[in-house]
Design a protein around this ligand. Sequence first.
Ligand code: CP
Length: 359
Amino acid sequence: MKHLIDPMDLTKEELDQIIALAEDIIANREKYQEIQAHRKLATLFYEPSTRTRLSFTAAMMELGGNVLGFSDAKSSSVSKGESVQDTVRVVGCFADVIAMRHYIEGAQLYASEVSKVPIINAGDGSHSHPTQTLTDLLTIQRELGRIDGITIGFCGDLRFGRTVHSLIKALSRYKDIRVVLIAPDELKLPDYIKQDVCDRLGIRYREVSSMEEVISELDVLYMTRVQKERFLDQDEFDRVKDSFVLDAAKMSLAKEKMAVLHPLPRVNEILTEVDADPRAAYFRQVENGKFVRMALMTKLIEWKDDPAHAMPAHEIPVTDPSLRCPNPRCICNNEHAPYRFRRSGSGTLRCWYCDAKAK
Ligand code: CP
């Protein structure tokens, strides 16, 4: 069975198939309006969402299927202490596919270990957001006509921005990608993405501290919100919250064909004066999210019993009773997930569930 927990769970061929199907759905919507009739999606959202939850819901409805679930875990038996593994065991009796968002990192991976239906990670803390990645890839493809060979600037909160982490991973599947990281010191990209993804998989990147310095080189500018909810220190958030603001003056320095993406919601990192610029793709990106989720669910349901689409073979986890995951927001420090680690390309032991460096 294929779950989508991390973007690297999909091979390049599977990614291509999902994006091609999304394009066909956009071109031929009536052809797909009954293909999931009598099937059910469960949306289990332990953290707020507008786009992801509603686009999953709209996606399943447009495929002729039905949706059940919760948007506030307090209204479920989670409030009585039910674990994520028990929750998906139960919900798997009612639904054909589950989309789960959780503020705890690694929750979906842990849930997938016992699930009898495909689990889709709809965002886990500041770790990963692979369905946003599919949305972003489809948007880049539709805006620029290609993904190979692009120069993409990621700007803002690269530390807590799960969409950035996932998209960089997925871009390692494409050719000749250049990444420019535009962030203040406090919000730089985590080392595990730089070392285990960019260095190991050959993505060229450089770090800069000014948007004006690089905007003219970019094919894609990927703006992000500074993620207030992930900061443990309010003063630190106040220092960095307005680090980068995209306005019409900066857009005048960019290529005529550059696409501006943002996973949204935005706060004030893109002024509304940019919205009318034809290069502002972020609302088209939202709609692409529905189509690509239609394609993803269709493929995961189709692939469920096909051994050719199993999860990738993971390495054997390292277990050592003296090692702990230091991340208080990791599933292994919140439920009974075991302390397990994987040895990264650089030799560092990292948490199986959240990628934090073992202590
Ligand atoms: N992009 C995104 O994940 O938005 P929501 O938090 O509204 O789902």
